[in-house]
Design a protein around this ligand. Structure first.
Ligand SMILES: Nc1nc2c(ncn2[C@@H]2O[C@H](COP(=O)(O)OP(=O)(O)OP(=O)(O)O)[C@@H](O)[C@H]2O)c(=O)[nH]1
Ligand SMILES: [Mg+2]
Ligand SMILES: [Zn+2]
Length: 358
């Protein structure tokens, strides 16, 4: 039997250890999903698998089902007697998630166990600072490291000014520039692609995600858009897919996203500048609206902070309020709504305690 070294697919001791709790079972990683059938890679090779009846019964919502990038526990290492059965999903180390499209507010996990998120944006028509802020907020929250990848450098004649615009919103994330036209167009990308590390490619349709992955593979294994340079509605890539690169490293291609609804996001890192200014506002709970002594408003007036960036911050903040917050944030938020602020609440609790004393 052909033996696959799963380290080349990102296996680490942490996952091995978790998997060892399950006796007479095998570890595998999800590479692709077709409705309820998954392509998984295990030491026996790439096989088909589906979840057990008990798994479906226990799954509380769609986020509990396996997604591309997940490590799972399966019952066999070949398809000789039918599809393998997935019994468990191992604890995810990172998830890139968005609010599912449509009416429901349910989260949709795009990919899991990623080390680096390539936020891909083209240097021509797709270029948009507000989009970068949005993607960064989700990426910082995902626990993966974001890298801003600017594509189609050949179609841009003012790269320097675009780079300076990006640096005002990049929040410390690396920014790299690439182009499929020149021979060394992807050299900057290569230093992020290392043995056993998983990189997810995220971004609008038509920015060149699949083109970039094909270049890294050294072969046209993914379908790319044949004509036209920009998104005219059609998505070329239609499903997420994980690929091991010949030189080491694992990449996940994703279909372009029309909109990235925020399920949860880390705004404090994306907008550290605003949060720092806010600490200098006269009132601790300043909403930077009409309060006197507002450092944020002053910064906008002096031109230190752009109005657009502040609007973007407010917009993203309102999108994640409640639904997208993690439990700790949610608790704080509820407290704030109930009592105005934490300190105010402490005061009230103190008063209540004192009352009980007498
Ligand atoms: N000029 C130029 N065109 C590029 C570059 N990279 C990609 N393209 C073209 O842009 C189009 C879209 O590329 P794809 O790789 O299919 O884009 P994608 O991001 O995978 O799109 P979806 O799969 O729909 O999400 C194709 O026609 C590519 O040839 C580049 O660096 N320069
Ligand atoms: Mg594609
Ligand atoms: Zn303020």
């Amino acid at each position: 039997m052909q033996k696959i070294d799963l380290k080349n697919y990102g296996l680490t001791p942490r996952f091995e250890q978790e998997a060892s709790m399950y006796e007479n079972m095998y570890i595998a990683r999800v590479m692709q999903q077709h409705r309820d059938i998954y392509n998984v890679i295990c030491t026996g090779g790439e096989i088909l698998a589906s979840v057990s009846g008990k798994f479906s019964y226990d799954a509380k919502d769609n986020t509990h089902y396996p997604v591309v990038g997940d490590w799972v526990i399966i019952d066999r290492e070949d398809n000789n007697s039918g599809n393998a059965v997935i019994h468990h999903v191992l604890t995810r180390r990172s998830v890139f998630e968005r609010k599912a499209a449509g009416t429901s507010n349910e989260a949709q996990i795009i990919a899991s166990n990623i080390d680096t998120v390539f936020i891909c944006m083209s240097l021509n028509l797709n270029f948009n600072l507000r989009r970068v802020e949005r993607y960064l907020s989700v990426a910082f929250n995902s626990m993966a490291e974001p890298v801003i990848v600017l594509t189609k450098a050949d179609l841009c004649d003012d790269i320097a000014s675009k780079l300076s615009e990006i640096s005002s919103v990049s929040a410390g994330a690396d920014v790299i520039v690439c182009s499929s036209i020149s021979d060394d167009g992807y050299s900057e990308v290569l230093k992020y692609i290392t043995q056993g590390k998983t990189i997810a490619f995220i971004g609008s349709s038509g920015v060149g995600k699949s083109t970039l992955i094909n270049r890294l593979m050294g072969a046209d294994i993914l379908v790319t858009k044949q004509t036209g340079n920009d998104d005219k509605g059609a998505h070329t890539t239609t499903r997420r897919q994980m690929i091991a690169l010949p030189g080491g490293g694992i990449v996940i291609d994703t279909p372009g996203m029309r909109e990235l609804g925020l399920e949860s996001a880390d705004l404090s890192r994306t907008f550290e500048d605003i949060e720092q200014l806010a600490q200098m506002c006269r009132f601790k709970d300043c909403t930077h609206d009409k309060e006197p002594g507002c450092a944020v408003k002053q910064a906008i007036e002096s031109g230190q902070l752009s109005q657009k960036r502040f609007d973007s911050y407010k917009k993203l903040q309102s999108e994640i309020s409640y639904e997208g917050l993690n439990s700790r944030q949610l608790e704080n938020e509820k407290i704030k709504k109930m009592f105005g602020s934490k300190s105010e609440m402490k005061q009230l609790m103190k008063q209540a305690k004192n009352k009980n004393k007498y």
